[in-house]
Design a protein around this ligand. Structure first.
Ligand code: URA
Length: 203
């Protein structure tokens, strides 16, 4: 039997393809956020991850370091990933937009329009089974809806054909720890979808 050539393998694998996307992004000046940023936060993790976490935009710490979710919300995200029995380097973490908005304001539509194609290209390379959209801004922006996050969370939907689970943002959980119960329910739905066992201490 002659196997059809695998275009991803031929092009050098997902790692290499993600580098190509990052190269295309370059020292991006496609929107006004480039004027105030220190670093573009491209995203990081396993280029073949089955699970991708998408937040809204880099915050101050992320802008300084050039890495997603490395501030206090990021520390909680790392714990949430651990509670799922996974490690940060087994998933992929990124944001809807790659540069920090001034004073952490919500991203504007022209910024999303400029940046989202790169997120879509990252997802085309990674081809995850599930995306978790964290927070109102990420969920509403990706899904192009104004539905409150309280109604979006916990319900499966799709983004570019990929199963997507909206949930609360870890920064929201830092302010409202009582909402951790709902996020855990959402994460358990994702684990069931990925056939991941709940670690014994989390049951
Ligand atoms: N909040 C986000 O939405 N993304 C980050 O990378 C950090 C904080």
């Amino acid at each position: 039997m002659v196997l059809a050539p695998d275009p991803i393998a031929e092009a050098g694998g997902p790692d290499h393809l993600l580098h190509l996307v990052q190269e295309d992004l370059g020292d991006c000046r496609r929107c006004k956020l480039s004027e105030g940023r220190n670093h573009i936060v491209f995203g990081e993790g396993d280029p073949q991850a089955r699970l991708v976490f998408v937040g809204e935009a880099p915050g101050g710490e992320e802008d300084r370091k050039g890495r997603p979710f490395v501030g206090s919300a990021g520390q909680l995200l790392t714990k949430m990933i651990g509670a799922m029995g996974l490690h940060r380097d087994q998933v992929y973490i990124c944001n809807v937009i790659k540069c920090r908005p001034p004073n952490n304001r919500d991203p504007e539509m022209d910024e999303v329009v400029a940046c989202e194609p790169f997120l879509i290209r990252q997802l085309e390379v990674i081809r995850p089974e599930v995306i978790i959209a964290m927070g109102r801004v990420a969920a509403q922006t990706l899904l192009r809806v104004k539905t409150p996050i309280t109604r979006l969370r916990g319900r499966w939907t799709r983004y570019h054909g990929i199963r997507l689970m909206p949930t609360f943002h870890p920064a929201y959980l830092l302010r409202n720890p009582q909402a951790k119960r709902e996020v855990w329910a959402d994460l358990k739905q994702v684990m069931a979808e990925l056939d991941l066992a709940v670690p014994p201490r989390q049951r």
